[in-house]
Design a protein around this ligand. Structure first.
Ligand code: AMP
Length: 368
């Protein structure tokens, strides 16, 4: 069996690894010859867009198609979906690619979001600032990731600079949420509509990039878990979703406000490889192949630390008890995710101790 995967980044790399014991092969398509998944299966270097021949070559003989990159052109996903089942459905991509469509969709589904307004001119930005108030965050509607394409406005004088930096593309202004914490839920839906949810994790970002995710055994209010599951189930049912979905939230005054969703496996779910009964990658494969889902229980308190910018000393990481090192075969570079470490421990207190010894090894400016 062969699964076609659009994108060959680290998410594709880990998907391929999860496919090995199931004898499920991956065929990747990615424009970059240095893609992290280039040796993890058949690798086609080519565009996602415009080159129909390339898409035809990619889809010939694959059983299903999925993506590990959410900015795949929707029309390419639709083209492929006329030939083989494409999961998650292209309409999920369409919603997730545009922050305004996404927020409208959340609201229509009864999911709370921060105040927002679409912005496509300086006048509209000024009006939106009046309506929403400051501080606020101006974001590009499309193609933003890891905090790129964002500008925090703190005073009215920032309006011109923000417009100058981002104004060449459609934007959205969001109220700045002084959140208590950021959390995300990983959910999965099978072809027959069965759903399963991982426990909420807490996420810590630095400079817009996810730095740490941790499970919160006993620490997350059960009502938040329940609400997150209800929201994720609604999203998946409305989109007739198949596969893993991530939804990121702000916890504000004890309530969940949806920030964004990702129609794919997600960085905040990497802890599931060692920390959950079934990893998000295996469950994604199970879902898209039409197989039964695996249990999503957290089996050990876990934390995941991203390796950003510079590679750590392998031996020093591996010397930390309970540490599992994942490197992505990427060239170092500022702000690049080069790998991650999952830490597991039998008890939360021990996990915290292990995390304290891991932090300086992964990052010399260690603090979270
Ligand atoms: P995003 O690309 O929308 O996920 O934004 C990246 C990170 O920037 C988030 O995880 C937050 O830490 C921060 N951020 C984004 N939007 C807001 C907001 N409206 N209020 C406060 N912080 C935000």
């Amino acid at each position: 069996l062969t699964l076609g995967v659009l994108g060959a980044g680290q998410l594709g790399r880990m998907m391929a690894l999860a496919g090995v014991p199931l004898e499920l092969r991956c065929r990747f398509l990615d424009p970059s010859p240095e893609s992290p998944a280039r040796y993890m299966g058949e690798f086609l270097q080519g565009d996602f867009e415009g080159d129909q021949q390339c898409l035809d070559r990619f889809v010939a003989g694959v059983d299903r198609v999925t993506y590990e990159f959410e900015n795949v052109p929707v029309q390419s996903a639709r083209y492929l979906a006329e030939r083989v089942p494409v999961y998650p459905p292209p309409q999920a991509l369409e919603v997730a690619q545009d922050r305004v469509l996404e927020k409208n969709f959340f609201q229509k589904s009864g999911i709370a979001v921060p105040p927002f307004a679409p912005v496509s001119s300086l006048d509209e930005l000024q009006a939106a600032v009046k309506e929403i108030g400051l501080p606020a965050v101006l974001k590009t509607r499309r193609m933003g990731y890891d905090g790129k394409g964002q500008f925090v406005l703190r005073s009215p004088e920032d309006v011109n600079e923000a417009w100058g930096r981002l104004g060449s593309v459609p934007l959205v202004l969001e109220g700045f949420v002084s959140f208590e914490r950021e959390v995300s839920i990983l959910a999965v839906r099978a072809v027959d509509g069965e759903v399963a949810f991982y426990p909420l994790v807490e996420n810590v970002h630095r400079e817009g990039i996810l730095r740490l995710s941790r499970t919160v055994p006993g620490g997350m209010a059960p009502a938040l878990q329940q609400t997150a599951e209800t929201y994720a189930a609604r999203i998946m049912n409305e989109l007739d979703y198949v596969g893993v979905l991530a939804v990121e939230f702000f916890v504000h005054e004890g309530r969940l406000l949806a920030n964004e969703m990702a129609p794919r496996v997600h960085n905040s779910g990497h802890w599931t490889i060692e920390g959950a009964a079934t990893s998000q990658f295996e469950n994604h494969l199970r879902a898209v192949m039409g197989w039964p889902l695996g249990a999503t229980d957290c089996v050990l308190p876990s934390a995941m630390l991203n390796i950003i910018g510079t590679p750590p000393d392998r031996a020093a990481v591996l010397a930390v008890p309970g540490a599992h090192l994942h490197l992505y075969d990427k060239k170092p570079g500022a702000g690049r995710k080069l790998g991650h470490v999952t830490l597991c421990a039998p008890e939360v207190a021990e996990l915290e101790q292990r995390l304290a010894s891991l932090l300086p090894v992964v990052d010399s400016q260690a603090s979270v």
